[in-house]
Design a protein around this ligand. Structure first.
Ligand code: SAM
Length: 368
């Protein structure tokens, strides 16, 4: 098949594992769903308390919602349904009766163009309930993907740590050998952290700039995801340790000549988890939005000892596409078998890891 020998020169941001098989994101995303579950309580609160339909610049009969980085479901349907139901209650609360009679919802599901949109749109929930009008919007959310001044509520969850690309300085640093044993930003090598941070700032600036154009005046942008407590390096969290375990498996595979050593040394993940203050700072830079809420949520699995099988299947569903694109076919099974085994022989010590932070942010679009 054409794809077999085609490998990317740099690791590319890649969608989650498609389909609905045992390794798919659809069946291995309960960790991300738990974040959405906590955010749902806050989403209801902020819509009922703060969404001002009377002053929002909108066609009162058609309410438009966009989920950026929706993946293949089912999490996206869960959060969108909460937004739809709560907005209906808000219409009742604000007594906008005439519009209520004709109220319709139009939902835009955005992800990268190689996301498995077929699986997304085949979901039974959509065909059985027909809950709203839907549209798929392929394209990077770091650019404009929707017309100007159209969206009433934008949402994104567990997406903004995916950078648009590996910063070029990281590739240079890798080639100088200073970082060849790291596959992500551990926050231990200063020049590395700087390069990742500045790519994150650029990407977040682009994300917010694009959303500022797409949202109507008084529109909401709701964002949730993970960041780090100030001063805590990524390597001290369990997710950082898991990424290092994945790196160790890649190095083992290179030592066993299953993978090319130089290729493993040049591998990095296009991920950056900002510190809480960095996140706040970059959001403040965009003067089109006012920050209505920026707070910490407790992840429902924060105090649970996660099983090794759970970690391995969650990581596989996330990184499958990226690994295959960079190392070629046939590597994913071997890598994640080794990963699961290594987690057994070198278990993550959750007691000594520092807890990461789950954030909830509500931004309001200032008047155009
Ligand atoms: C961990 S998944 C989260 C999916 C879903 N929001 C959830 O909570 O289950 C991250 C998603 O962000 C998408 N993504 C990453 N970078 C993107 C970009 N630049 N533009 C659009 N989507 C992107 C990925 O393709 C992936 O589907």
């Amino acid at each position: 098949m054409e794809k077999k020998n085609r490998v990317a020169t740099l690791p590319q941001p890649n969608p989650m594992c498609g389909g609905d098989g045992p390794h798919s994101y659809a069946r291995n995303s309960s960790y991300q769903k738990a974040v959405i579950d906590c955010a749902k309580t806050k989403i209801k609160e902020v819509i009922l308390e703060k969404l001002d339909l009377a002053h929002m610049c909108l066609d009162l009969n058609t309410f438009k919602i966009a989920d950026f980085g929706c993946s293949v479901g089912p999490n996206t349907f869960d959060v969108v349904q909460t937004i739809v139901e709560t907005v209906k209650r808000r219409y009742e609360q604000q007594n906008i009766r005439e519009a209520q009679k004709h109220l319709e919802f139009h939902v835009f599901f955005n992800d990268q163009s190689n996301n498995d949109f077929n699986t997304l749109f085949k979901n039974r929930f959509l065909s059985v309930c027909k809950p709203y009008f839907i549209a798929g919007v392929p394209g990077s959310f770091y650019d404009r993907v929707l017309p100007r001044n159209t969206i009433n509520i934008g949402h994104t969850s567990y997406t903004l740590h995916w950078l648009s690309k590996i910063p070029k300085e990281v590739c240079n640093i890798n080639s100088l050998g200073r970082n060849k044993h790291n596959i992500s930003c551990s926050n231990l090598v200063e020049e590395m952290s700087k390069a990742y941070k500045s790519q994150f700032e650029k990407d977040m600036g682009d994300f917010l700039g694009a959303r500022a154009e797409e949202l109507v005046s008084e529109g909401f942008m709701i964002m949730s995801g993970m960041c780090l407590p100030d001063g805590v390096p990524m390597v001290r969290t369990w997710k950082g340790v898991a990424i290092d375990t994945m790196r160790d498996c890649l190095i083992d595979m290179a030592n066993s000549r299953i993978l090319n050593k130089e290729r493993v040394e040049s591998f990095s993940l296009p991920l950056y988890f900002p510190h809480m203050s960095e996140l706040e700072e970059v959001i403040k830079q965009n003067e089109c939005f006012s920050i209505e809420v920026l707070e910490r949520m407790i992840h429902p699995m924060e105090d649970l000892p996660l099983t090794n099988d759970f970690i391995a299947s969650t990581y596989r569903a996330i990184f499958h596409g990226l690994i295959e694109e960079f190392f070629g076919d046939g590597v994913v099974d071997e890598l994640f078998d080794r990963f699961a085994k290594r987690l057994e022989t070198h278990p993550i010590d959750f007691q000594t890891c520092v807890k990461d932070i789950q954030y909830f942010v509500l931004l309001k679009r200032n008047s155009h």
